[in-house]
Design a protein around this ligand. Structure first.
Ligand code: FEO
Length: 139
């Protein structure tokens, strides 16, 4: 499971959202570190908990601003968030039952790491473009 780093190509053009993505990456990296260094189950659980809580905060922020700005593709965007919310709930359950397994490790990388990058590029960018086009100020 590898760490990830912020790059300008991930910017959606909205500082609030970019900053949340940066924080999300930090929590993700903290989880990677805890798993890689074989921290105790309680410590891994703590970092995973921060990551999952922050994911919820971030999704709620985006959904709030999409609703406020009457973003036409909000339903599609929110559906992607809901998919990940469900996946995260499953990961936590697996971790509570089995601890850090190779499957969990892979799932963290695949579902979280790859998902976030792909989601930003394919989904969040569209909202950023809409906000720019409509001259919507988000702060
Ligand atoms: Fe930045 Fe749609 O999550």
């Amino acid at each position: 499971m590898g760490k990830m780093w912020w790059q300008n190509s991930l910017s959606v053009g909205i500082d609030l959202i970019d900053n949340q993505h940066k924080q999300w990456i930090q929590y993700y990296n903290d989880t990677v570190e805890a798993v890689a260094t074989q921290k105790s189950q309680a410590q891994v659980m703590k970092t995973l908990g921060f990551l999952i809580d922050y994911t919820g905060t971030h999704f709620a922020t985006e959904e709030h601003h999409m609703a406020e700005s009457k973003y036409p593709a909000m339903a599609e965007h929110k559906a992607k968030h809901d998919e990940l919310r469900s996946t995260l709930a499953g990961l936590i359950k697996d971790f509570e039952e089995e601890g850090v397994t190779p499957e969990l490790n892979k799932a963290l990388e695949t579902f979280l790491g790859n998902w976030l990058i792909q989601h930003i590029h394919e989904i969040d960018m569209k909202f950023g473009a809409y906000a720019k086009q409509e001259k919507i100020v988000i702060s």
